[in-house]
Design a protein around this ligand. Structure first.
Ligand code: ASP
Length: 327
């Protein structure tokens, strides 16, 4: 850890975790190479600016992150905010799973002080690298009073969006993320802010599997999860939350085994609703004991389920969490 602290000034903590923002291009592909001090230098920030404390937490491509790594990020944010001299936190992170880690942090972000994730779509050594501008925007957001109390935010490609409801929509565009329409509006968001009480849980996280459903999907996938002691399942069903009746039967068995099963959609936009029947509709899945996630899609629904189960919430409380995500 290094410090560039102006005497008496409030501190912004910059936590680096790897990702394209920190990557250099090699003969073996782009790989994370830079730490937080180097990322900061690239923005042109100097010691005369706001005080910044840098933490090199890990250096990984976010597609290779484990759930334990994601909890480590949430713990590092909590540790940073334990210092009252800290006014906010910026996390640099790969974009592949940023929507998950940022949302996990949001679920435990009881503090008013801003926490802003950022990353890049172009490696740090690429012409026109977008990382420095994104990091500068994230650091500026920490200084913006309007960013206080909004939960975890993501600064990418000129947009500043709440983590909850966020999803990656482009493998190449610099503005790589979008969100549930209306979620950028704060209090009137269809994805209301829910903070789980208590500290970020320590120890082993609950195992939650996620499957995308499609015509011909094998019901055995669900049975395999049950056999391997998953605590929860997230199903990215077709359309507004529907699938084949054989899947409904497996969902009922999984629920009987004590798994929490959440149904979302593989479609990016629109509300997931219990509208259809016929044996495999969301009406049937709900009757089989599944919980419908109206807005959170599979990556964030899974993260929420992991956080809720790891923090010891029961099925009633898990159901209440997802039911609250309504207009
Ligand atoms: N594979 C990279 C990562 O998620 C992609 C990125 O950062 O844009 O770490």
């Amino acid at each position: 850890m290094t410090a560039t602290r102006a005497a008496g000034a409030p501190i912004t903590v910059l936590i680096s975790t790897g990702g394209t923002i920190a990557a250099h291009t090699t003969d073996d592909g782009a790989v994370p190479a830079l730490g937080s001090a180097e990322l900061l230098t690239a923005t042109g920030t100097t010691d005369t600016g706001p005080a910044i404390r840098t933490v090199d937490l890990m250096s990984v491509d976010s597609s290779a992150m484990t759930v334990a790594d994601q909890f480590a990020v949430a713990h590092a944010i909590a540790d940073a905010l334990a210092d009252p001299a800290v006014r906010g936190v910026v996390v640099t992170h790969g974009t592949d799973t940023m929507e998950e880690t940022a949302f996990l942090a949001d679920l435990f972000a009881a503090d008013e002080r801003p926490v802003v994730f950022t990353g890049a779509m172009l490696p740090a050594d690429a012409p026109g690298a977008d990382g420095p501008a994104n990091l500068a925007a994230a650091l500026a957001a920490v200084d913006d009073p309007a960013a206080r109390g909004r939960g975890v935010l993501v600064a990418m490609g000129g947009r500043l969006l709440p983590a909850r409801g966020l999803f990656k929509v482009s493998t190449t565009d610099l503005a790589a993320f979008d969100t549930v329409p209306g979620a950028e509006l704060g209090d009137s968001s269809p994805v209301p802010r829910r903070v789980l009480t208590g500290p970020v849980p320590a120890g082993r996280a609950a195992r939650v599997d996620a499957f995308t459903l499609y015509p011909g999907v094998s019901p055995g996938l669900i049975a395999a999860s049950v056999a391997q002691n998953a605590a929860g399942l997230v199903l990215a069903a077709t359309g507004s939350g529907n699938t084949h009746p054989d899947i409904t039967a497996e969902v009922a068995l999984a629920v009987q085994h004590g798994l929490a099963v959440v149904v979302t959609s593989r479609v990016p936009y629109g509300e997931v609703t219990a509208t259809y029947g016929g044996g495999g509709g969301a009406v049937d899945l709900r009757r089989a004991g599944a919980i419908v996630s109206p807005w959170l899609r599979a990556p964030q629904a899974r993260m929420a389920l992991i956080a809720l189960l790891t923090a010891g919430h029961d099925h009633r409380s898990i159901s209440d969490f997802f039911l609250a995500q309504h207009f």
